[in-house]
Design a protein around this ligand. Structure first.
Ligand code: SF4
Length: 502
């Protein structure tokens, strides 16, 4: 068949398909009615968008802390800091009976905590370090398992060392995959105080019996993208206005505090890229692992067209991820394992010369996507695999650039949906429990997919897009539940097995 006839045939056949789709669209809204697939597939179906109210804040979502992992490094540090503060407030007689502190790690924290610096993070928190201002040189020193550090808490001196940490059961029945018990132990073996903590991803933490947080009610309550769009339409509000108003109401912040936080996040991301592009050499690991961001960046500057852009975008993501793997400070977006994806897109937005205001709006859109994914599924590799980390980061980045460049709420949703959909099923299989393989390169791919999702979303007719974000988030949750535990930050499946010699 010659080219002309082929083109004719293509036009005719696509017209046929188009009319079929048109007919289908006359009867189908989003979502395929049950019965269409009778006899195949599944009898399960979508039960509708989740209900409730999201109370997560931008300061919860975008946190700064030491790498390499938000769930295994930042959260344990924050937990230890919380335990220390609780001890400071205890009656003297209670703390007087205690002789030492014991920390028991369960699940993925136990399986891969050493490679994620969980032990050092706990020690740093007990020594009074805060995540966002943590002395990363001290974190490096804490690696030495022979050293003991005295610290005085509520008038009593405790020795902080690796000996206080127990790498407990990997299989357990606690309600969260990442569980950590901190306790005071008396001379006679009694336990004057203990608290059962959980690290559900993204540097968040909570504990058993925790009283409800003292937060305000959001002005525009929602728990799904479907509800968010209806509310935006009814109130004639834009995406960024709703997120801003809610942040003010939930956290009782003013505009100035919120903008200061957003600007700090953007600056930290850009700083991470800049610093990472200057560094060379090996990353800390028990095997030889070279940094490559700088080299790829320099080569990409000599490359032409798409190669140059893809290389540059990848190098930005690699730069931050390598810094994170080295234990430097980074922003949870939504986690540290995925800390390189959003900064890469922020760097591209800067190259596009978007205004500060546009960058802030983009970050607010990313915040919305992060809130929905965290509250309706998970952002923890230990719970849903890497789709919850790099997948969500890619969706947030896609939404950020789409909204920042002036696209509609609908196009922003489509961009996030596309980016997340094409990460579904991605397992978490870090080699040796280190946030190196596959994590670092995975950030570059997350950024590339985010940019592609932005291009697709801003060039298609959004009302014709089939998948919607709520359904894809539910699919992520279902897929995550179905993934074997060995593919959820255990280092015992996939690359975590095949890359290691017997
Ligand atoms: S594989 Fe993905 S989810 Fe797992 S540690 Fe690496 S970045 Fe995080």
């Amino acid at each position: 068949m010659d080219r002309r006839n082929f083109c004719k045939l293509a036009v005719l056949s696509s017209a046929g398909v188009g009319s079929m789709l048109l007919n289908a669209n006359l009867t189908l809204a989003k979502g395929i009615p049950s019965g269409v697939f009778t006899g195949r597939g599944t009898d399960k179906c979508y039960a509708g968008p989740p209900k409730g109210v999201i109370l997560t804040s931008l300061t919860d979502l975008f946190k700064i802390g030491p790498g390499p992992s938000s769930s295994h490094t930042i959260a344990p540090l924050r937990i230890a800091d919380n335990f220390r503060q609780t001890m400071e407030e205890m009656p003297k007689d209670r703390i007087g009976n205690a002789q030492s502190i014991e920390v028991r790690l369960f699940g993925s924290l136990s399986a891969t905590g050493r490679g994620h610096h969980t032990d050092r993070a706990i020690m740093a928190g007990l020594l009074g370090q805060k995540a966002e201002t943590c002395d990363t040189k001290l974190m490096d020193q804490l690696q030495d398992a022979t050293k003991k550090y005295p610290t005085t808490i509520n008038g009593k001196t405790f020795m902080i060392s690796h000996d206080m940490i127990v790498w407990d059961k990997i299989e357990h029945s606690y309600p969260y995959a990442n569980t950590m018990i901190m306790r005071l132990v008396g001379k006679d073996g009694s336990i004057p105080f203990e608290r059962e903590y959980y690290s559900p991803g993204g540097g968040f933490f909570l504990w058993k019996g925790q009283p409800e947080a003292d937060r305000g009610k959001p002005l525009y309550p929602y728990h799904s993208m479907t509800q968010f769009k209806v509310m935006a339409k009814e109130n004639k509000k834009s995406l960024h206005e709703i997120i801003l108003e809610n942040e003010k109401a939930i956290m009782k912040f003013g505009d100035r505090e919120i903008y200061a936080h957003l600007d700090m996040v953007i600056k930290s991301m850009l700083d991470g890229v800049r610093q990472g592009l200057q560094e060379e050499g090996l990353l800390p690991a028990p095997f030889v692992f070279h940094r490559k961001a700088k080299r790829i960046y320099e080569r990409s500057r000599k490359a032409k067209g798409g190669d140059g852009f893809m290389g540059r975008l990848s190098s930005y993501a690699l730069a931050v991820s390598e810094g994170n793997a080295a234990g430097r400070l980074a922003v949870t977006a939504p986690t540290l394992g995925s800390a390189g994806t959003m900064p890469a897109i922020v760097s591209v937005m800067k190259e596009m010369k978007l205004s500060r205001n546009a960058m802030r709006k983009g970050l607010l859109a990313a915040g919305l996507i992060g809130f929905l994914c965290k509250n309706n599924a998970s952002v923890a590799g230990a719970e849903v695999g890497c789709q919850g980390e790099i997948g969500v980061a890619s969706a947030m980045a896609a939404a950020m650039i789409t909204y920042a460049t002036g696209a509609s709420l609908e196009a922003t949703e489509v961009a996030a949906t596309i980016a997340l959909e094409h990460h579904l099923g991605m397992s978490c299989d870090p080699v040796g429990g280190f946030v190196l393989i596959p994590c670092i390169e995975r950030n570059a791919f997350g950024a590339l997919k985010a940019y592609n999702a932005y291009l697709l979303a801003t060039n298609e007719i959004t009302s014709q897009h089939w998948e919607d974000l709520d359904r894809v988030i539910m699919a992520m949750l279902e897929t995550g539940k179905a993934l074997p535990t060995s593919f959820k930050e255990m280092g015992t499946g996939g690359l975590g097995v095949t890359m290691v010699d017997c």
